[in-house]
Design a protein around this ligand. Structure first.
Ligand SMILES: Nc1nc2c(ncn2[C@@H]2O[C@H](COP(=O)(O)OP(=O)(O)OP(=O)(O)O)[C@@H](O)[C@H]2O)c(=O)[nH]1
Ligand SMILES: [Mg+2]
Length: 304
């Protein structure tokens, strides 16, 4: 897929969020000077676009310092876009693959955030890079969860390790890692049951999986992705803050961006969580996952 196609897809995925950013962009077409009225309006519109209090105030303050009493021109919009991009820029996106053996990716998050669907998408992303993928069905709480992952694995043609419902999730993860090592798989993706930070026993279970996968494969897990539901907006960030305290995470997958106007919440994610957004989910199909690109994201928000 070319850059233009990726941009188009992000743009489509952000259709609802873009409708809110359109009102921010509209402001830059005002004539006159950057005065208090303009700044108040900028603050209001960024806030309504779910950019979050902290990021909004920072941007408005920077615009005040740089442009107060100056003519409103395209430069103000370019400046705001640059500041928004800076808020999102992280040292790495995508997956950090282990140089030697299998790369182990653990997936965590609250109930229904989009974990299992994101695993199907990640599996496809890895397959597209000629990697041999195995998934571990460690959501052993519900038979339906194992079934859901099994169906995806069949559709995608990836291997799966599973066990009986109620079985210890950590032992399933361990078995998957052993199998990956023995059979030359490149990537192990571990599905886990949805949970809340208020369930300490379930949080301990995540820690156990985290520990266990490092035995057969030293250095594993190489990535722990927290899957956030973009439709929850600022609440997703609050949940993630709690989650992060209980389990070490290496990045965020922001799922369901296509279904929400709250895509502006992404600007608070890195700031509040200090975790990079690695991927965004823009639909329910395996190809509906994009490596997160701050430039493309911000440009798409401001494109008609
Ligand atoms: N539109 C849209 N829907 C999504 C996306 N990601 C997931 N979904 C849908 O969200 C619902 C929940 O997704 P799952 O992947 O089952 O979520 P989960 O986190 O594994 O859920 P639990 O295992 O129950 O905690 C499903 O109906 C998915 O199709 C996305 O990027 N866009
Ligand atoms: Mg699931």
């Amino acid at each position: 897929m070319g850059l233009w196609d990726i941009f188009k897809k992000i743009k489509q995925g952000l259709a609802k969020t873009r409708s809110l950013f359109g009102s921010v962009a509209e402001l830059f077409r005002w004539t006159g000077r950057v005065d208090q009225k303009f700044l108040d309006e900028l603050e209001k519109r960024l806030y309504l676009a779910d950019v979050g209090t902290f990021a909004t105030q920072q941007i408005v303050q920077d615009v005040r310092v740089a442009f107060q009493d100056k003519e409103i021109t395209g430069d103000v919009q370019t400046f705001v876009k640059e500041r928004l991009k800076q808020l999102l820029t992280a040292p790495e996106s995508g997956i950090r693959f282990a140089p030697g053996g299998p790369t182990v990716i653990m997936i965590a998050g609250v109930n229904g955030s989009g974990k299992t669907t994101s695993i199907a998408k990640l599996a496809k992303y890895c397959q597209d890079q000629n990697k041999k993928v195995i998934v571990a069905a460690c959501d052993t709480f519900r038979a339906a969860a194992v079934e859901q992952l099994t169906i995806w694995s069949q559709r995608l043609g990836v291997d799966i390790v599973k066990s009986q419902p109620g079985h210890d999730p950590a032992s399933v993860a361990h078995d998957a890692c052993e199998k990956a090592k023995a059979r030359g798989f490149d990537v192990v993706i571990v599905d886990t049951a949805g949970r809340l930070h208020t369930q300490p026993h379930l949080m301990r279970e995540l820690e156990k999986i985290h520990k266990v996968v490092g035995k057969p494969i030293p250095g594993a897990p190489h990535e722990v992705f927290l899957v956030l539901d973009a439709t929850a907006g600022q609440n997703a960030i609050v949940q993630a803050e709690m989650f992060k305290k209980a389990v070490q995470c290496s990045g965020i997958i922001l799922a369901k961006l296509d279904g929400t106007a709250k895509g502006g919440a992404i600007f608070g994610v890195k700031q509040k969580l200090n975790l990079p957004v690695k991927f965004v989910g823009v639909g329910e199909k395996p190809e509906d996952l994009e490596v997160f690109n701050p430039d493309a994201y911000v440009e798409a928000l401001f494109t008609d």
